[in-house]
Design a protein around this ligand. Structure first.
Ligand code: FCB
Length: 458
């Protein structure tokens, strides 16, 4: 076993989200989400699939908790479906939906697994989108009311709350690039969306604390290490712009209470803002957004190497040959993980950091003797866990790590074509099968350290 290992009390977990695993799309009063609508719109999702059944976790959650016990994890990050709890996003709560999360939370606690609950993992109720969605300031109030309903119900048992998952994806992929639900292409709207997500986080934090005594509350953002393709001023500026759009536009307001001036200027220069000012920011908003939190959640998958495009916008340059990329086309780059963790600690001084997602999609072979060999995923986990350990040694207040994901699931616009699970899922039979990565993670958790030699699992 390697030297120091992880600190005592460290949380080892796995992560999932409601839309990607639950299924039971029209059961027990659940309302439609923007992702249901997106998936039923032709040509939006790669394999034309929907998440109507997904991993059928709504019915199989007991078995899925048993998988977590097999791994030995002490924490589980999941999300609640907003439209399962409030079918139209607001108004009267759906008792059957609340009862499902009650059972799940009780089941986790009985298994000795601490629930980390994400309120918004992208599945805005469709009815709210039709009223303007995240582009409307009214959605801020609706989100705070949803946070209130859920934390009143579960706040006695759930003590770790994440308001939003990756606001960048909702704002930019969902409203500027049209690649994610609700599929719009309006750069100005995307900036409003980002602001309303952040504001609703800030407003929800005191509500969650009031309803859940002693709770830890935070937000999860995706961080991508931004590097310049060369030392030229133009490429360095491209990396600055990318970092501004992707990382600082969210972290600066949350942790420092302002939007970065250079990125405001970029938005104006590239036509996302009519003037170099932010008309949607009202008095008091930034103070609300910068409410102190108990942790910052970081999702890390890869880095971006940027060069200047012809119009001055940043453009990504592939760094690895295609065969070395993950199935998502993402470079495997553990050093980038160390870099973002140390950077976030240095520039933003969060009280604690949780890595709320980290993992990789690869094509897996069929099982042999009930076990799937996935050496590249094992290696991804091993090298990233070592990077996390190095970050702790460098002083990052890292308190936990959640592997993405417990099991293969519905990967948004990629449908069922990308597999991130430690357990494989046969989506016909719903059978779960352990991969070597599940065994490896179990060994890490048991040893509280990363094995220096990967054991033979077959
Ligand atoms: C993240 C999402 C998560 C999953 C992974 C692969 O951006 O938060 O739901 O799709 O990517």
């Amino acid at each position: 076993m390697s030297g120091a290992g992880f600190p005592s009390g460290f949380r080892f977990g796995v992560a999932t989200s409601a839309q990607q695993i639950e299924g039971a799309a029209r059961e027990d009063g659940r309302g439609e989400s923007v992702w249901d609508r997106f998936a039923s719109t032709p040509a939006r999702v790669k394999d034309r699939s929907t998440s109507d059944v997904a991993c059928d976790h709504y019915h199989r959650w007991r078995g899925d908790i048993a998988l977590m016990r097999e791994l030995g994890v002490n924490a589980y990050r999941f999300s609640t479906g907003w439209s399962r709890v409030l079918p139209t996003g607001e108004g009267a709560a759906n008792e059957a939906g609340l009862a499902f999360y009650d059972r799940l939370v009780d089941g986790l606690l009985e298994a000795g697994i601490t629930p980390f609950l994400t309120l918004n993992h992208w599945d805005l109720p469709q009815a709210l989108d039709e009223k303007g969605g995240w582009g409307s300031r009214d959605t801020v109030d609706a989100f705070v009311a949803y946070a209130d309903v859920l934390s009143r119900r579960l706040g006695d048992r759930v003590k770790h709350w994440i308001t939003h998952n990756e606001p960048w994806c909702v704002a930019t992929l969902g409203h500027e690039q049209g690649a994610h639900a609700p599929g719009r292409r309006d750069a100005a709207e995307a900036l409003r969306v980002a602001h309303h997500l952040l504001l609703s986080h800030g407003r929800a934090v005191p509500v969650l604390r009031a309803n859940s005594a002693g709770a830890e509350v935070g937000l999860t953002t995706m961080m991508t290490a931004a590097e310049a393709a060369s030392d030229s001023d133009a490429d360095r500026d491209a990396a600055r712009q990318f970092d501004g759009l992707f990382n600082r536009w969210f972290l600066d307001p949350l942790q420092l209470g302002w939007y970065p001036a250079d990125v405001i200027a970029d938005h104006h220069r590239h036509g996302r803002l009519a003037a170099p000012e932010l008309p949607f920011v009202h008095d008091g908003d930034l103070k609300a957004i910068a409410v102190p939190t108990d942790f910052l959640g970081i999702n890390y998958y890869s880095r971006a190497v940027m060069q200047a495009g012809p119009d001055g916008r940043p453009v990504g340059v592939p760094q690895a040959p295609p065969e070395d990329l993950t199935e998502m086309g993402w470079e495997v780059r553990p050093q980038g993980f160390f870099d973002v963790l140390t950077r976030v600690a240095r520039d933003y001084a969060p009280k604690q950091v949780y890595v709320t997602e980290n993992g990789a999609a690869f094509v897996d072979p069929p099982a042999v003797d009930g076990l799937i060999a996935d050496p590249r995923r094992v290696d991804y986990l091993r090298t990233h866990l070592l990077a996390a350990q190095r970050a702790i040694e460098a002083g990052v207040p890292l308190a936990g790590y959640f592997a993405w994901s417990l099991m293969d699931n519905w990967e948004w616009a990629e449908g069922y074509t990308k597999r991130f699970g430690l357990y494989a899922v046969d989506f016909e039979s719903q059978q779960r099968t352990a991969k070597h990565s599940a065994r490896f993670y179990r060994d890490v958790v048991a040893a509280h350290a990363v094995p220096t030699v990967v054991p033979q699992y077959s």
